[in-house]
Design a protein around this ligand. Sequence first.
Ligand code: AR6
Length: 225
Amino acid sequence: MLASYLFKHISSISPTVKMATQLSEIPTVAQLYQLKKLLPPGTESNASVTPSQTFNNKVSIFRGNITRLKVDAIVNAANKHLAGGGGVDGAIHAAAGPGLLDECSTLGGCETGSAKITGAYELFCKKVIHAVGPVYSSRGPERSAALLASCYTTSLQLAVDNGCKSVAFSGLSTGIYGYPSQDAASVATKAVREFLGGASGDKIDRVIFCTFEMKDVNAYNDWIP
Ligand code: AR6
């Protein structure tokens, strides 16, 4: 009783008391299969790709607040001006404190389909990668897909270049920018799989798809296997 009272009150005045989620608490896809919390691909699966053990050992799906993750880098769904905003961008800036916006304002914005990296200030992670996803266009779905894939690839390359081995992605473009969750999960999983299988793949130990809403949880549960 006293402990919960103290925790509630101390955590409201000191952000450092907020609980971080450690990497060790987040299972990989391979562990989810073992625990039977995720169904491996069956014959009815729409998967046309062969299962990749590297992908299964390095990729996780996690539902929750990305600002709590104690990983090397989290990937923000930012806008071209890197000016902060709503959604996950707002949550990240609120948790990081004003230093993050100050640093972002020195970067000269960022092109759609690309990303920039900053410090993490009061967050638990070490770096924040700000990726600018496309506003989804049903009239140009191929262009949207190419830009979204480029966000994932550029973010992972930035992580490698900055010595970040564990990276958590928010669902880029799937909120305010209107990208359908199923299509976005398909693009994201394919881009990450290709990166992990490529020249710099061994520099990344873990990629976490951080979901928030049920529609995105379902999309990753469909596309990961
Ligand atoms: N932790 C993890 N995921 C979250 C969180 C959170 N705390 N909050 C929301 N999400 P959005 P976009 C999920 O709209 O579509 C901003 O104003 C959410 O459920 O944040 O790329 C920027 O400044 C969704 O799946 O980003 C841009 O102007 C995902 O984060 C614009 O929104 C992304 O939703 C970018 O739009």
